[in-house]
Design a protein around this ligand. Structure first.
Ligand code: GLN
Length: 484
C-alpha cells in the first residue's frame, strides 16, 4: 500500500480499524529511507527492531527522533564529536510519553551540533539537503528532520525549538512546524541548549497531526520543575470550523521592514488577505520592543548555552585528545578545542564574557530586563487581539554553504521567531505557497506564515492554523523527486 497521500492521523485510523497492518507501515517507511535517504542524508542510523515496543494509541506508528532526545542504550550525540557514541542510561520523558502511546522510534536524525547554527554545516555526521531543491539547505538546526518529513521518510519527527529550529526548517520544506508554550513539555533528558527557551516538539505534514502528538506529549513531569502541572486537551469541535469569525489578528508593522525579501513579503500579504477572506479582522499594530529581540536573545541564549556545554569534556568517555598536558585545565582545553565545532567555541567564548563578574550587569542583567519588556509588549497586544501573524524568516532557503562566513547575517534571519521564544509563547508555521529566490538561480521555494497566540492558548493556535490550512491546502504538494 502507498501511504504517501495519507496524513499521520489517517494512518493511525487505518491501523486502529485494522485496515492495514503495523508491519506494513513500518516496512513502508524503512523501504523509503533505504531508497531516498542517500539523497537527503537525514538519518544517522535507523531502528529496524521496532517490534519490541508495546501497542497503544499510535499503533506502533514510526516517528523520527532528533539526536538530542536520550533513549536508553541508543547512541545520542547531539551530532557532536564530543559525545562520541554516548549511550544514555535514561529515556527522555517525551520519549517515554510516546512509547506509552505506543509509537515506535525510527531513531536518530542528525542535527546541527547542539542545535545551534542555521545553515546545516555543524553536524559531525553530514550536511543537510532540502528535498525541494537539493542545492539548498533545509535550515538549522532541524533541517534534517524537516527534510525527512517533507520527503516522507517519516510521518512525523520529534524535535526541539529554542528560537526557531522547528518553525524555520518546517517552512523551508513546506511542512507544519509547531512549538508549544514553554513548559508544556518536559525537558528531562533532552540535552539542554538554552534552558529557559528549549521546547521539545514536532514536525508534521498537517496541523491536526501536530495537535494529535501535542495531546499525547504535553504532560506534567515530577522530574522537571519547569513543566506545567496539568495536561492540555484540545476540544475536537475546532476541527469543524470553516472560518475565523470574529478573530482579531494583528500584523506587527516592525515585522515588515525593508530587509524582508520581496517574494516573501508578497506571499505573506496574500496569506493575510486569505485570513481576511476567512472573516478574521486584521489590524496593523506596533510591537516596539521587537527591534531589541535579536540582541537580547543573542546574549541570553549563548550565556545559557555556554553554561550547559561546560559539562562536556570528553573525559568520561575515556578519550584524551592529546597526551601532552601538564594540568587538568590543559587537558580540558585540549579536548574541548579539538571536539567542539567552531560555533560552539564562538558561543562559549563570547558568552562566558557576558556572564563574567565585570560585565554581567551591563549585558546579561540588561538582557533579562529587556526580555521582560518584550513579554509586556505581547501581554499588552493580547489584551486587544487573539493572534499575531508574521513571516517565519525574511528569506527563502539559502544555497548550501552560502552564509558560512557571515554569522551575523545568519543570526538576523532568526528575527521573526525569536520574540515568541523569549516570551514563552506558542507558535506554528504553516505553508503560504512559493516565492522566487533573490539570487541568480531564481528558484521557486516554499514560504510560510507564522502564527503566534498568547501563552497556554494552543487550542486557539491550532484552530487558526487549521482553518487557514484547510482553505489553502498548500502543504499537500509533495517535494519533487520523492512522489512514488
Ligand atoms: N538558528 C538557530 C541558531 O543558530 C537555531 C536555534 C534553535 O532553535 N535550536 O542557533
Amino acid at each position: 500500500m502507498n501511504f504517501k497521500d495519507l496524513s499521520l492521523e489517517e494512518i493511525v485510523l487505518k491501523l486502529k480499524n485494522k485496515e492495514i497492518k503495523k508491519e506494513e507501515v513500518f516496512t513502508y517507511f524503512i523501504e523509503r529511507i533505504k531508497k531516498y535517504d542517500s539523497k537527503i542524508q537525514s538519518y544517522n542510523f535507523v531502528n529496524e527492531n521496532w517490534l519490541n515496543t508495546i501497542e497503544g494509541t499510535l499503533y506502533w506508528l514510526p516517528i523520527a527522533v532528533k539526536d538530542i532526545f536520550c533513549e536508553v542504550g541508543v547512541p545520542t550525540t547531539c551530532s557532536s564529536k564530543i559525545l562520541d557514541w554516548f549511550k544514555p542510561p535514561f529515556n527522555a520523558t517525551v520519549i517515554e510519553n510516546l512509547v506509552q502511546a505506543w509509537a515506535s522510534s525510527l531513531w536518530k536524525v542528525t542535527m546541527d551540533e547542539f542545535a545551534m547554527w542555521s545553515t546545516n554545516e555543524s553536524s559531525a555526521f553530514k550536511k543537510a539537503i532540502n528535498p525541494w531543491w537539493t542545492s539548498r539547505i533545509p535550515w538549522g538546526s532541524s533541517g534534517w528532520s524537516a527534510a525527512a518529513v517533507a520527503a516522507w521518510l517519516a510521518p512525523a519527527a520529534l524535535w526541539t525549538d529554542t528560537w526557531g529550529s522547528i518553525r524555520q526548517p518546517a517552512s523551508m520544506c513546506n511542512i507544519v512546524g509547531f512549538k508549544p508554550s514553554y513548559g508544556r513539555n518536559s525537558r528531562y533528558w533532552v540535552m539542554a541548549m538554552a534552558s529557559s527557551l528549549d521546547c521539545p516538539w514536532t514536525l508534521t505534514k498537517t496541523v491536526k497531526d501536530s495537535a494529535i502528538l501535542y495531546e499525547i506529549m504535553n504532560w506534567y513531569d515530577v522530574k522537571e520543575n519547569t513543566s506545567l502541572p496539568w495536561k492540555d486537551i484540545i476540544n475536537p469541535e475546532i476541527w469543524n470550523k470553516k472560518d475565523l469569525k470574529w478573530y482579531k489578528i494583528w500584523v506587527p508593522k516592525e515585522y515588515f521592514e525593508e530587509w524582508l525579501d520581496e517574494g516573501v513579503r508578497n506571499r505573506i500579504e496574500e496569506a493575510i488577505m486569505k485570513l481576511q477572506e476567512l472573516w478574521a479582522e486584521i489590524k496593523e499594530v506596533s510591537l516596539p520592543m521587537t527591534k531589541y529581540a535579536i540582541a537580547t536573545y543573542y546574549i541570553i541564549m549563548p550565556a545559557e548555552v555556554s553554561t550547559n556545554l561546560s559539562r562536556y569534556d570528553w573525559l568520561r568517555f575515556w578519550h584524551v585528545s592529546n597526551e601532552n598536558y601538564d594540568s587538568m585545565d590543559e587537558l580540558f582545553i585540549n579536548n574541548r578545542s579539538e571536539w567542539f565545532w567552531d560555533e560552539a567555541k564562538r558561543r562559549i567564548m563570547l558568552w562566558s564574557y557576558v556572564l563574567s563578574a565585570w560585565f554581567y550587569d551591563a549585558y546579561f542583567k540588561k538582557a533579562t530586563q529587556i526580555r521582560t519588556l518584550i513579554i509586556d509588549d505581547f501581554n499588552k497586544a493580547f489584551e486587544e487581539v487573539d493572534a499575531i501573524v508574521s513571516p517565519v524568516s525574511p528569506n527563502v532557503a539559502w544555497k548550501s554553504w552560502e552564509k558560512i562566513d557571515d554569522p551575523v547575517k545568519m543570526y538576523l534571519s532568526d528575527a521573526y521567531t525569536i520574540p515568541a521564544s523569549l516570551a514563552w509563547l506558542p507558535g506554528i508555521s504553516v505553508p503560504a505557497w512559493f516565492a522566487e529566490s533573490e539570487d541568480s538561480e531564481k528558484e521557486m521555494l516554499p514560504v510560510w506564515l507564522h502564527i503566534i497566540t498568547p501563552r497556554l492558548t494552543e487550542e486557539r493556535l491550532f484552530e487558526i492554523a487549521y482553518v487557514y490550512e484547510q482553505a489553502t491546502k498548500f502543504a499537500e504538494k509533495m517535494a519533487p523527486g520523492f512522489e512514488d
